[in-house]
Design a protein around this ligand. Structure first.
Ligand SMILES: N[C@@H](CCC(=O)N[C@@H](CS)C(=O)NCC(=O)O)C(=O)O
Length: 252
């Protein structure tokens, strides 16, 4: 059995974290049995060490190192793996179902830079999404998240990340749209019609995009203007994409 370690939110489905969603999509796609164990932010380092994760998986913008989720523990092999990309590689290597490869045709080498370029396109979302993300967490995680972000970004308070005026906010939101549109052009090159980057079956690149979209949907809510915007952008490409990913959204 595989255990997936994830950070809980106060939402009904609990799962919200973009990086952990990448892994959950992988597990659901490969139809591997697993269960989720919830870990609050301040407990991630201790839990990781307990599981035998040897080193931190993140270097922060201020240079500090941090342990992160997702982590998986696979009791079938006695292995713990941190970092969503490394977990995806581990899952393909350990459970190589030829019809369910996260990196079909050995594409890890080209999907890794895809994910980095996508994240770069989406960089403008950070200042908009991090402050409200905090409201979705349980109190211990919220306190810890807010305090560490204030430190990392050298702020007086978390809300200082937000644009100062409505006009500034609009400009920043337009940059998020622009970032997704750049990525939409990559998807449009697939002549098999999608909804995914390689056609009807998803792969790592799709789970990366899906993780971001899930994050936005969780933080702002399905009824929000933000989410309605996203679904309308790029001629409804993301609306179709989200429908396509739905069957991999089980939280167990
Ligand atoms: N490169 C890592 C990044 C993981 C990551 O940043 N996870 C966040 C949750 S979305 C985390 O655990 N952050 C802990 C922290 O910031 O202290 C991956 O893809 O797994």
């Amino acid at each position: 059995m595989i255990t997936l370690y994830d950070i809980p939110s106060r939402l009904a489905q609990k799962a919200w974290s973009p990086n952990v969603w990448k892994t959950r999509y992988c597990l659901n796609f490969k139809q591997l049995p697993y269960r989720t164990e919830w870990v609050e932010y301040p407990d991630i380092e201790l839990k990781s060490k307990e599981l035998g994760v040897r080193r931190p998986s993140l270097r922060r913008p201020n240079g500090a190192q941090a342990y992160t989720l997702p982590v998986i523990r696979d009791s079938n092999t006695g292995t713990s793996v941190a970092d969503s990309f490394k977990i995806a590689e581990y899952l393909d290597r350990t459970y190589p179902n030829p019809r369910k490869m996260i990196f079909p045709h050995n594409t890890a080498g080209i999907q890794a830079p895809f994910a980095r370029s996508f994240a770069a396109n989406m960089r403008p979302i950070m200042n908009l999404i991090i402050p409200p993300e905090c409201d979705m967490l349980n109190p211990r995680s919220a306190e810890w998240f807010s305090r560490t972000r204030v430190e990392i970004f050298g702020l007086a308070k978390l809300e200082d990340m937000l644009p100062k005026s409505a006009a500034d906010y609009k400009r920043e939101w337009a940059k998020v749209q622009d970032g997704l549109s750049k990525s939409a052009k990559w998807f449009a090159k697939n002549e098999r019609g999608g909804p995914f980057i390689m056609g009807p079956e998803p792969c790592w690149a799709d789970f990366v995009v899906g993780g971001y979209l899930m994050w936005m949907r969780c933080v702002w809510g399905e009824e929000s203007e933000h989410w309605r915007d996203v679904l309308s952008w790029d001629d409804g490409r993301w609306a179709k994409f989200v429908v396509g990913l739905k069957k991999y959204e089980n939280v167990v």
